[in-house]
Design a protein around this ligand. Structure first.
Ligand code: FES
Length: 505
């Protein structure tokens, strides 16, 4: 059984950077198929990493082989699920034993350390016992560093990932990992995929998908009746089945904003938090039974049901969703604090936890072209960071791009109101770069500053898609400049329907 891995999974597995895996591909030393590499090819391309340094991988492969062997054996007996459970139980026991041994060794080392400390040493520098004590202390420090890495935890995580069914969707070629405790639909939504669905309880048939390979198990009753043709083609409902092996499904996914239906949902205020002088982070939650279907980068109309204007109309406004579609119950918005603007005034001074908010939408077409093979550059002006954050989290969660670079332009340092989040992406992901940019709020100065950065940091822009969330007049100014610097017009995506113009002179 050979495992297909995304480039990031492959890099993590053997402890190298993603760009090292990409280098092997460019050198034709590693084959890539539809964005994935095969484990056995990876082994051949990185023999040292696998055989000398990564005994964990060998262990894991052995565990996989054992598990697969056991599964095959049990399938003959007609009870592969039980066999898998037994195997997982055994693996867990092995991990527990390893932990036990590690903790006994730690105790032994600790008592040795105490023993050394209690021995009175001679002040004679030439005493060899002094040298042994120093060596022992240094060894303990480096051992502590290694223990912090927690190889056992890594092994546990890797085994878990490998033992969970991998789902492949066609024709999109999206991959996700399913949890046995979830339906196929729930896992897909948690992974941020825009798959089609309706009732979520086996009635409407909107979530149906064709099972191309692998095995599923029904987890809930379904009323929907398949036609005899659907039955013979192997259709299933993703809302009432879970995967019990790696599977491939053929199913519809939203590829553009037009594929997402207009929805009206009732949410509640979860909390609001000031992020610097001019921004409030507003968090809303939906009941567990409801999910908002949206694509990263879209916006929503928020109606504050308990607050009205003098003419009796409900106070409402439209804002970009700042969270990832993989969190369909929890939505985040970045609300600029504006004088004489009733929406932000109420959020700031009068809103209470659990107050109702009616959501209408989503709208907007500032969404990722997931079929594009290009790397991604995001440019956010001020609170244009909200839709850009949603796009970045979506791109990261689906491992959509080889490289991602974010430029966040503001007028003051403190206006990078989620600077730490961007720096944490920069530190944690080897294919992510973050450049905070300061500029005067003048259209030509912002444009010149951005072009200079792109020119200095990217030798050419041919293989990039640029997503820019900035005021309309800045976008209009930027477009011809970017095209004259080598980017194709079809690779430019603009968002300008958000609050941000007022900062400009
Ligand atoms: S979502 Fe309605 S049947 Fe699955």
């Amino acid at each position: 059984m050979d495992r297909h891995l995304s480039l990031s999974q492959a890099a993590r597995l053997i402890g190298v950077k993603r760009k090292d895996v990409q280098k092997k591909i460019q050198e034709n030393k590693l084959k890539v198929m539809e964005g994935t590499v095969v484990l056995s090819d990876l082994k051949r391309a990185f023999p040292d990493a696998l055989y000398e340094d990564n005994t964990m991988l060998e262990k894991m492969e052995k565990n996989m082989r054992d598990a697969v062997h056991k599964m095959a054996q049990s399938e003959r007996e007609g009870s592969h699920i039980d066999a898998l459970s037994r195997r997982l139980l055994k693996l867990n026991k092995e991990l527990a034993d390893e932990r036990n041994r590690a903790s006994q060794m730690e105790e032994l080392l600790d008592s040795m350390k105490q023993k050394f400390l209690s021995i009175k040493l001679s002040t004679d520098e030439d005493n060899p016992f002094n040298e042994i004590k120093d060596w022992f202390n240094e060894s303990l420090i480096s051992l502590d560093d290694e223990i912090n890495i927690s190889p056992l935890q890594q092994m546990e995580e890797q085994i878990k990932q490998f033992m969970q069914p991998h789902i492949r969707l066609l024709p999109s070629r999206h991959n996700y990992i399913s949890d046995k405790s979830e339906t196929l639909l729930e896992s897909a939504l948690r992974s941020g995929l825009a798959v089609d669905y309706g009732c979520n309880n086996g009635k409407c048939g909107k979530c149906k998908a064709k099972l191309i390979s692998g095995q599923v198990e029904k987890t809930a009753h379904q009323d929907y009746i398949f036609s005899s043709s659907e039955k013979s083609q192997g259709y299933i409902l993703t809302c009432s089945n879970t995967a019990i092996s790696d599977i491939t499904l053929e199913t519809e996914e939203a590829v553009s904003a037009d594929d997402i239906p207009l929805q009206t949902l009732s949410a509640k205020i979860k909390n609001s938090q000031r992020l610097g002088d001019h921004i409030i982070k507003l968090a809303l939650k939906l009941p567990r039974s409801q999910r908002l279907r949206f694509m990263a980068g879209q916006h929503l109309e928020l109606n504050l049901n308990n607050h009205t204007r003098e003419d009796g109309s409900t106070i409402n406004a439209e804002y970009s969703i700042a969270s990832c579609p993989c969190e369909p119950h929890n939505l985040e918005f970045h609300i600029p604090v504006q004088e004489n603007e009733p929406f932000s005034e109420i959020i700031l001074n009068h809103l209470k936890k659990d107050e109702p908010v009616t959501l209408t939408g989503p709208s907007g077409s500032f969404v990722l072209d997931e079929d594009s093979p290009n790397s991604l550059i995001f440019v956010a002006w001020d609170t244009g960071f909200a839709p850009v954050r949603s796009l970045i989290e979506h791109a990261i969660s689906l491992d959509l791009a080889e490289n991602i670079h974010l430029y966040w332009i503001t007028t003051k340092v403190e206006n990078h109101y989620l600077d730490n989040l961007c720096r944490s992406w920069n530190d944690a992901l080897d294919n992510f770069s973050y450049t905070p940019v300061l500029s005067e709020p003048k259209t030509d100065i912002v444009a010149t500053t951005l072009i200079q950065h792109l020119h200095d940091e990217h030798s050419h822009l041919l293989n990039f898609d640029l997503y820019i969330a900035a005021p309309g007049h800045l976008n209009q100014h930027l477009k011809p400049l970017l095209i004259s610097h080598g980017i194709k017009s079809q690779n430019l995506y603009f968002e300008s329907t958000f609050h941000g113009d007022e900062i400009f002179d």
